[in-house]
Design a protein around this ligand. Structure first.
Ligand code: FAD
Length: 241
């Protein structure tokens, strides 16, 4: 539940406080003016993490928000998250204000185990909110000698290619017609390359309407539902999915 009355939020936090993790901000880097990568440190020795799982932050008196670590190292007690600072909600504002040495409580990671190791090819589609998931997925894929390609639909594309040196992800500009440029790029993928993509797994994250449009497009190109994983992270006009 992303929003709740303050007394409920307080009661919930105190009930689960022994299960929440106390972490400290140890580094903040701006990949782009609207993308902040924060490194957190804490005692994570008994905490397990799987690619795509999210942690919950209490971002003010009444709101909780989900974010996905892109790096998680239980042994060294360190994890990183890439946050999209869109400036329209309490989550974005709270993250903007976080500074080195700030201390906070977060939930342990929760959610599905997204990475499907049995496939040799992986196809990723997402936006600013899912760059962290993509980075984490990329590490798993490369670590297992597998292949990937993908499309990032971004509002803030100008400086971003520099953030992905050597990456095989195509960056396209977001438009009001959701996933329009991404679908155009999809249609231009050469047949031989698409034959390879068709054997693999598709991960669609980020904006719910873009996911819907892109999912329809890949199904029309012969991808079956069981090859598609979707996880909406946000949608226009709704708070905290
Ligand atoms: C499982 C999960 C994992 C997630 N992981 C990440 C992550 O790693 N990094 C990350 O940045 N986000 C992530 N998100 C998305 C993030 O939780 C949402 O964007 C959330 O809505 C932000 O809260 P807020 O308080 O800033 O805005 P809200 O109060 O939720 O929304 C206020 C307004 O802003 C709009 N809005 C929300 N998000 C965006 C956006 N990104 N761009 C433009 N408008 C927006 C809403 O539609 C609404 O109109 C994740 C979400 C889920 C469900």
């Amino acid at each position: 539940m992303p929003k709740m009355p303050k007394w409920v939020a307080d009661a919930m936090e105190s009930l689960v406080s022994n299960r929440f993790l106390k972490v400290v901000v140890s580094d903040c880097v701006y990949i782009h003016p609207s993308l902040k990568k924060i490194t957190f440190s804490g005692d994570l020795r008994n905490i397990k993490f799987k690619t795509g799982q999210a942690v919950i932050f209490r971002v003010d008196d009444t709101n909780f928000r989900n974010y996905t670590p892109c790096v998680w190292d239980s042994a060294s007690g360190r994890f990183e998250i890439i946050f999209h600072l869109h400036g329209r909600g309490p989550g974005s504002n709270y993250i903007s204000g976080l500074q080195v040495n700030d201390t906070l409580l977060i939930s342990p990671p929760r959610g599905f185990d997204f990475y499907k190791k049995k496939y040799n090819h992986h196809f990723f589609f997402g936006d600013e909110t899912s760059i962290g998931f993509f980075k984490s997925l990329e590490q798993e894929i490369e670590g297992n000698g597998q292949q990937y390609t993908g499309i990032l639909e971004l509002n803030s594309d100008a400086a971003l290619p520099d953030a992905f040196p050597g990456s095989r992800v195509k960056i396209v500009k977001a438009s009001t017609t959701k996933a329009e440029q991404a679908i155009r790029f999809l249609q231009s993928i050469p047949e031989a390359q698409w034959e390879l993509c068709k054997t693999g797994m598709f991960y669609l994250m980020g904006n719910a309407r873009s996911i819907q449009a892109f999912r329809k497009a890949i199904k029309e190109k012969g991808i079956s539902s069981k090859q598609i994983i979707t996880q909406p992270y946000w949608v226009e006009g709704k708070i905290g999915l």
